[in-house]
Structures are given as C-alpha cells and as structure tokens.
Design a protein around this ligand. Structure first.
Ligand SMILES: *[C@@H]1O[C@H](CO)[C@@H](O)[C@H](O)[C@H]1NC(C)=O
Ligand SMILES: *[C@@H]1O[C@H](CO)[C@@H](O)[C@H](O)[C@H]1NC(C)=O
Ligand SMILES: *[C@@H]1O[C@H](CO)[C@@H](O)[C@H](O)[C@H]1NC(C)=O
Ligand SMILES: *[C@@H]1O[C@H](CO)[C@@H](O)[C@H](O)[C@H]1NC(C)=O
Ligand SMILES: *[C@@H]1O[C@H](CO)[C@@H](O)[C@H](O)[C@H]1NC(C)=O
Ligand SMILES: *[C@@H]1O[C@H](CO)[C@@H](O)[C@H](O)[C@H]1NC(C)=O
Length: 683
C-alpha cells in the first residue's frame, strides 16, 4: 500500500484546514488515522488506526464528513463503530466508500459527544476506471467477470473493524490439490500462518497424477500423466501472423516461478522446469472411420492427408439443407472469429461476461438446434448428439486447442505439487478422510469432522475459525454439512462431473520413434471403441531404453463403460489397440507394466472435472462467492472455466480474497489480487 499518512488532531488544527468552529476541547489526542493517499468512491479500503496514551472508553463512532463538523450527527456517512477500552480496540477499519462521498472531507472519531480524532482531509476521486483497473475485485460482478469484493462487503453486513487478532485465525484447508496448496501459499504470503491442510491421500497434488511406470523414478523418463498433461501457451494467428499469449494458463507459470524462487537456495532439486509439449505430429494414428491399411493397421494423419481414400467417408446428414442451416446458425451464435479468439485468450473473465450476455449459457448446442431453430431430431442428433453442456465451453476450449505453442513439466506435472513440500511440512495431515463440518454459533467456529475408524459412531473433530474446502463437490456431497443456503446445498449435491479414463502402457523401447514413419510426440485418436486419444511422450525424444505411451484417453459415457471393465479387460483392450496401430512390434515389446486411472471411481475424486449442465454454472457461481457458516469453497469446479490447473489456481485466489475480506483485511486482499491477477490479466 503506497503512502500512508499518519496525522493527528493537533497537527490538523495547526494546519488550520477549514476549521471554522473551534473544535470541542480535546484533553488528549487519542485516535489517529492512517488513510491511503487517494481514495475512490465505490471501493473498499483499510484505514489503519492507532491510539494515544489515553484510550477512549466506551462506544466510539467513526464518521466521514466535513472537516469543520464538530459533532457526530454532522456527517455524511458512518464508517464504523466499536467499543473501545476493553482490549477489543481495532487496529483497522474497513471503509466502503459510497458513491456520493465528497472530496476533502475528514474521518472523525467520536467518543460519546467528544471528538477524539480527526484525519487530514481525504482526497476522494470518482470510482476507479473500470477499464484499466488491474484490481479485478474492483471490476467484476459475481456472475460475470469475477468475484466483486466491494459488493461482497456491502452485502455481507459484517463488522467494519479489524483487530490485530484477524491474522491469528485458525484456517482448515481441506484437500491438498492445487487449489488447497495455493491457498496455503497465499495465506502465508499475507502473514496468516495458522493454517493446516487435511489431505485424504498420502500425497499432495490431487488430480495431478504423474505415474512413473515399472517402479521407475522421474529421472528415468518412463512416465505418463494420468491427470492434466500440458498447458497451452500461445496462438499464432493466421490472419495477422502475430503470436499472442493465452493469458489464463500463465498463472501456472507464475506459480512455478514463485515456487522456484522460494526453493532455489535450500531445495534446488525441487525446481519446476517447463519443456515443450508436442500437441500434434504427422505420423500419429488417425480416426479413419473404420478403414484400415492393407496391412490391417490404422492409417496415420499424414497418410490420410496424402490419400483421403484411406479414411471412410463421413456419414451424410439425412437432410443436408437442415444440417447446413443448423451448423451455420451455431457458428453465427458462437461467432468464433480470430478477433474473438484474441479477446478470449486475453481476458477469459471478460469473455465470460460476454458469453452470458450473448446467451451462451442458455443453451446446449442440442437444445439450441432443436428448440430455438426447430430442426428435426435426426438433424439435431447428426449435428450435436444429445449433450447438455452450455455453449460457453466452446469458447475457451477453442482457444486452448488453437494453441500453436504448448508446454509441459519436465519429469512430470507431479513436480509442481512436490515443490510445495518444504512450505507445508508439519502443517499437513495425510490420510485423513474428512466427512463433514459442524458450525458452532456460540463461538463462531467450525469443527472439521472425520472418523478414526470407519465404524466409529462418533466422529473426531478439530476446531477452526474457517474452513476452506478444496475438495470436489463429487466428494463433498457425501459429507454432513451445516445448513447452507438452498442454492449452495444444491450446487454441492448436483453439480455434474465428467468421467475420464486413461491407460498408460510400458514398452521395452520407444519403437514408435524408430518406425518407418516415426512418431515424435503428439496425440492422435482412433475409431476403436473405448480408446479415444493416444499420446506419445514429448520428453527425451530419441532416447534409448523403455518408453511409455498414453495408449488411451477417453471421457464421457464411453469412459463410464470402460471403468466398469475389469482392469485386465481394460488394459488388454488398449494393448490390442496398440497392436492395431503399430503392428506386431507393440505385442513383442509390451512389458506387462501399465497404469490405469478412471477418475469417477477414484476414491478421492469421484469425477474427472466439473462439467456443469445448462443452468448450473450461471445459477451456482454466486453461491460460491458467499461465505456461509465460515466455509469457503474453492477448486476448479468453482471457477468460471473447467480448465484444469488454471481453474484450480484461480479459485484459490478468489477464495483467499474472499476470506481476507471476511476478516476485514482489505490491504491483504488487494495485495493478493495485485500479485496474482495483474500479471496475467490485461484489460
Ligand atoms: C445486518 O446487521 C444488523 C445489525 O446486527 C441487523 O439488524 C441486520 O438484520 C443485518 N442485515 C442482514 C442483511 O443480515
Ligand atoms: C503471413 O506470413 C506469410 C508467410 O510469411 C505471408 O505470406 C503472409 O502474407 C503474411 N500475412 C500477413 C497478414 O502479414
Ligand atoms: C429439410 O430441412 C429444411 C429446413 O428445416 C426443411 O424446410 C425441409 O422441409 C426438410 N426437408 C425434408 C425432405 O424433410
Ligand atoms: C474484442 O475486444 C475489443 C476491445 O475490447 C472490442 O472492441 C471488440 O468488439 C471485441 N470483439 C469481439 C469479437 O468480441
Ligand atoms: C522393470 O523393473 C524390473 C525391476 O526393477 C526390472 O528388472 C525390469 O528390467 C524392468 N523392465 C524394463 C523393461 O525396464
Ligand atoms: C530424432 O531422430 C530423428 C532420426 O534420427 C531425427 O530426424 C530427429 O531430428 C531427432 N529428433 C530429436 C528431437 O532429436
């Protein structure tokens, strides 16, 4: 916070600042204000308060108004009131500056009728320029751009004073995935140290899940990502030839920079290094719609590009006119032009607002085609199937998958959560499965409940001031919780999640790099039921020794059926597909080592990612932006995108900001938003 002024009544009186009427006799200066240098209307600030030798006793009112005013009644608005002298005197006030606050007034403190403190005249300007504001909590609205801190404070009717104890609150962080981990780091960064992470597994990282096959270590480079695997960096635009960064995922790179800086001296081995990711490459297998080469193998993208007859023709629409009409209408509504892509990639929050205004949350593509355009069911099915997710997802997914430059993390994404290790040591409990929260209104605390033994009738508990729940709703919906609002309860119990399954297979060598048409990284996809995408390692190209293929990555309904297969049947299905893609060599070189992950049946996740149906996101987001019973929910499911790590990190920034505002720590909330938003958001 720049330039705070400390001032006192006597100085003010000496300065003679428009004091027309003699001020009431002050036996002693007793309250001093430190007000930020410049104040904007419709914004929130901390005003720091200090005290003279004699503390005022009893009720103190702090008001803003004409500097010449002499009694509490003559004010423009009240800023705060508190009881002084009982050891509860605040060290800051939370000043929500109203729209019509005049320039050049003073803050006054009155103890009964007696004026016991007055600030220097305060410089007040109009509301912050929304356009160039980097403080996102000052620009948003809760269902549009972002969490709106100002409106939040206005609506939650909390005390406007802050004591020195605010930073000593005990915070439970439930869940050691990326949102929980970042929350711990953010709290520490503003001097809140009494937090504890409660994690149900024996590791941190949540859905970041690098698997090192055949018992190898990261240095052996025999791994695949069973969770997120890469980050889109930038897009080269064909219309202008310029390359622009995708701003959102930059937050992951910022986090890595921060962790690397923290670890560089004592833990250089924990450095997080990014390496290029290869998203597509010519010789990866392609979806040939059932056609096979004369050898019986699946053709590659390059082969099909050279000879389109290697791919069976697509199924034709039963009514070509209707199909054309439908796809043009969808294209028109989505309006994904290069300019649109640039705007979304520059500021995903602003794009979210535009998507709401454009109605992209009102419709799934299917409903739009059927109920808005009135197309026949055959055409609707032909164009879009029967999905029920809002069209908003098209916007950000199109941006991410238009990326021409991608990154991944050397030795696996696990390196990112691992880099937190020194900073959470002694402040995390592993293997504790939380199963509910209890709110105690007597002392405004929260019990975090778990059972030592599954059959114990009475749960164990620990007491905290706040709980930050960084656990997917797919798990939380089984918990016993306080009586949250209907909206929040419904979000917890009904928010949709996707299923996805991945299988990684271990081979004696990286034979795919030695084939006649070698594959150097990249993902392809095939028509074999249940396989979906196949990705080849982007790291250590041309190295000798064993290698690992992400041999199947399927999601949605198909993945539910895969998850129901026995492990052996599932792995065998995928290995047979590898033979169909690569020939006998894949059979000869399979070592028998594999990893299989189906997220919906993962005990600790019960879902791959949140996938709100039409109506859910628009309805539920405002509920996440309110603290109920001292509980704050974070995690990718509470974000405006469901874009893996970025969404988790963004939610942690929002949740931490929300907590800090709940505690009246406006300076710290601004610090967090400035540090973690300004760098990657440009407006
Ligand atoms: C705000 O607090 C006041 C005083 O405690 C109370 O009378 C009022 O009902 C509260 N308003 C809301 C919206 O909670
Ligand atoms: C983009 O680059 C290509 C190849 O260098 C060139 O042919 C084209 O004219 C350029 N387009 C623009 C808009 O500059
Ligand atoms: C094909 O669709 C168009 C547009 O909906 C409609 O006008 C036309 O009658 C349809 N043709 C047939 C043969 O159903
Ligand atoms: C892109 O953003 C610019 C600047 O805010 C705006 O003028 C323009 O209308 C936007 N275009 C689209 C297609 O959203
Ligand atoms: C897999 O691990 C075992 C035990 O370390 C080792 O003997 C074997 O050679 C490994 N297989 C491959 C293909 O590296
Ligand atoms: C891998 O080896 C091939 C063939 O020797 C070569 O063309 C290619 O450039 C190499 N790639 C890398 C990344 O080393």
């Amino acid at each position: 916070m720049a330039g705070l002024k400390q001032t006192s009544i006597s100085l003010l009186l000496l300065a003679g600042a428009a004091v027309a009427i003699p001020a009431p006799l002050l036996t002693e200066e007793s309250i001093f204000f430190r007000v930020p240098d410049s104040i904007s209307t419709e914004s929130v600030y901390n005003v720091h308060v200090s005290y003279g030798n004699t503390l005022p006793q009893g009720d103190v009112r702090v008001v803003y108004g004409d500097c010449a005013s002499t009694h509490a009644g003559q004010n423009h608005h009240e800023v705060a009131s508190f009881v002084s002298g009982s050891g509860t005197t605040p060290d800051r006030l939370v000043w929500a500056v109203p729209k019509d606050a005049a320039h050049g007034g003073c803050l006054h403190a009155y103890s009964g009728p007696t004026l016991v403190g007055r600030s220097e005249p305060v410089s007040v300007s109009g509301p912050p320029l929304r356009k160039r504001a980097s403080l996102l909590h000052e620009v948003g609205d809760s269902n549009g751009l972002w969490f709106d801190g100002v409106r939040y404070l206005e609506s939650c009717n909390q005390s406007s004073t802050v004591s020195t104890k605010a930073k000593r609150k005990r915070i439970a962080i439930i869940g050691g995935g990326m949102s929980g981990l970042l929350t711990s780091l953010l709290l520490t960064s503003v001097g809140i140290d009494d937090w504890h992470i409660i994690e149900s597994t024996e590791r941190v990282g949540g859905r970041i899940r690098t698997k090192y096959l055949n018992g190898t270590s990261p240095e052996d480079y025999q791994y695949q990502e069973m969770g997120p695997m890469r980050f889109p960096v930038s897009i080269k635009y064909a219309d202008t030839n310029e390359t622009l960064d995708i701003q959102d995922h930059k937050m992951v790179f910022q986090l890595a920079d921060v962790l690397n800086e923290m670890n560089t001296k004592d833990h250089p081995e924990l450095a997080v290094n990014f390496i290029p990711w290869i998203q597509s490459s010519p010789n990866t297998p392609a979806n040939s719609r059932g056609a096979r080469l004369s050898s019986g193998r699946i053709p590659s993208s390059a082969e099909i590009a050279a000879d389109p007859s290697l791919q069976n023709p697509p199924i034709k629409a039963s009514n070509v006119t209707a199909a054309e009409l439908g796809s043009e209408a969808v294209e028109h509504l989505l309006d994904i032009t290069p300019e649109r892509l640039r705007n979304i990639s520059t500021n995903v929050f602003k794009a979210h607002r535009e998507a709401i205004d454009k109605g992209l949350f009102h419709w799934s593509e299917t409903a739009y085609l059927k109920y808005h355009l009135g197309l026949d069911t055959d055409t609707v099915d032909f164009l879009s199937g029967s999905g029920n997710d809002p069209m908003w997802g098209e916007w950000y997914d199109t941006v991410y998958f238009s990326a021409t430059n991608w990154r991944t993390i050397d030795k696996g994404l696990n390196s990112l959560p691992k880099a937190f290790a020194p900073h959470i040591e002694g402040k995390i409990t592993y293997g504790r499965k939380v199963e509910g929260l209890t709110y105690n209104d007597k002392d405004n605390t929260v019990f975090v409940n778990w059972r030592e033994d599954e059959f114990d009738i009475k749960p164990k508990y620990d007491k905290y001031d706040y709980a930050i729940v960084a656990v997917p709703f797919s798990k939380v919906r089984l918990w016993r919780m306080p009586e949250y609002s209907s909206l929040l309860s419904r979000a917890i119990s009904t928010l949709e999640y996707q299923q996805s399954c991945k299988v990684a297979l271990h081979y004696e060598t990286r034979f795919w790099e030695a084939q006649e048409n070698p594959i150097f990284g990249g993902c392809g996809s095939v028509d074999i039921p249940g396989i979906g995408s196949i990705c080849y390692p982007a790291y250590e190209i041309n190295s000798t020794g064993p290698g690992v293929i992400l041999a199947s990555y399927a999601s949605g309904t198909m993945a539910r059926s895969l998850a129901a297969l026995s492990e052996k049947d599932h792995v065998a299905l995928v290995q047979r597909a590898m033979v169909e893609v690569h020939g006998e060599v894949a059979a000869e070189q399979f070592t028998g080592s594999y990893e299989r992950q189906c997220w919906e049946v993962d005990e600790h996740q019960a879902g791959a990612w949140a996938s709100p149906t039409v109506g859910q996101q628009e309805l539920f987001i405002p509920a996440y932006h309110r603290t109920e019973f001292n509980t704050i929910f974070v995690g990718e499911h509470t974000s405006i995108t469901h874009a893996w790590i970025f969404s988790a990190l963004e939610s942690a920034v929002r949740g931490t900001t929300q907590l800090l505002l709940d505690l009246g720590l406006v300076d710290e909330a601004k610090q967090i938003v400035d540090t973690w938003m300004a760098r990657w958001i440009t407006i």
